[in-house]
Design a protein around this ligand. Structure first.
Ligand code: KIV
Length: 281
């Protein structure tokens, strides 16, 4: 029997044990080269269903399919060595019943080789999270603003203000009690995020939920300045790669039109010329 490849990837258990310690660094990725870049720095890489909006131009995450998540999950897998890989369960793949959720989560794990799945929803999803966790599927929960429920929530607005805080609190307790190894909290006020982070035994991972959380997650295309359709207040743009790419493309177009590209160094002569130390076959 051949020995299985030794893996040094972080496990859901190790992520859960980081509660209250050095903040967890989490980012999304959807392709192999970006996964490689992120793997060098992040603890968790999420193949988020945000892929539908940032790479496929969909108006929301509602049109994302299992096939899309599997395709991008396989690509990301090839780029990761160290980070924990989590794949989002797309809208419609888990809400019907715990059995439906198990079937699709098991498929995501088998086909992408991810170590955990993420699903959206609080108390109503607790039974499903318990069902999956008890059957060997580590689950990262996602509460607060849950983009798959954009129509029911009436938009992408902040959740848990005033009296609504108790609903988010019940959600957080329900998913943690059900066995989620970490809880993503999206767009909730700072005081609430701090309170829930203090109450839960598992790490909270904030997106628009203040530095009080045990970790942070952002959509990679947002923080690199590649996705410009909207700019939520909680996104810090660490680079402006969209603007840089646009300038590069404009320069290329101009040089082609003016016959300045390709230049002599990009052109093949008739007789091969060897560079110092190079052997031409
Ligand atoms: O789909 C996604 O990218 C997410 C993160 C924003 C948490 O769910």
């Amino acid at each position: 029997m051949s020995a299985a490849r030794e893996t040094k990837a972080l496990t859901p258990f190790e992520i859960a044990a980081r509660k209250g310690k050095t903040p967890l660094v989490c980012l999304t990725a959807y392709t192999t080269p970006v996964a490689r870049l992120v793997d060098a720095h992040a603890d968790i890489v999420l193949v988020g269903d945000s892929v539908g909006m940032v790479l496929h131009g969909l108006p929301s995450t509602l049109g994302v399919t299992m096939e899309m998540m599997i395709l991008h999950g396989k690509a990301v897998r090839r780029g990761l060595d160290r980070a924990l890989m989590v794949v989002d369960m797309p809208f419609g793949s888990y809400e019907e019943s715990p059995k439906q959720a198990f079937r699709n989560a098991a498929r995501l794990m088998a086909e992408t080789n991810c170590a955990a799945v993420k699903l959206e929803g609080g108390e109503p999803m607790a039974e499903t999270i318990r069902f999956l966790a008890a059957r060997g599927i580590p689950v990262m929960a996602h509460i607060g603003l849950t983009p798959q429920a954009v129509n029911a929530l009436g938009g992408y607005r902040i959740q848990g203000r005033g009296a609504d805080a108790e609903r988010i609190r019940s959600d957080s307790r329900a998913v943690a009690d059900a066995g989620a190894f970490a809880v993503v909290m999206e767009k909730v006020p700072e005081d609430l995020a701090r309170r829930l982070t203090g109450e839960l035994a598992v790490p909270t991972i904030g997106i628009g939920a203040s530095p009080a959380c045990d970790g942070q997650i952002l959509v990679i295309d947002d923080m690199l300045g590649l996705f410009g359709d909207f700019r939520p207040k909680f996104v810090k743009r660490y680079a402006e790669l969209g603007a840089a790419a646009s300038a590069a493309i404009a320069t290329y177009a101009q040089e082609v039109r003016e016959r300045r590209f390709p230049a002599s160094e990009h052109v093949f002569g008739d007789a091969p010329k060897a560079l110092p130390g190079e052997i031409i076959a």
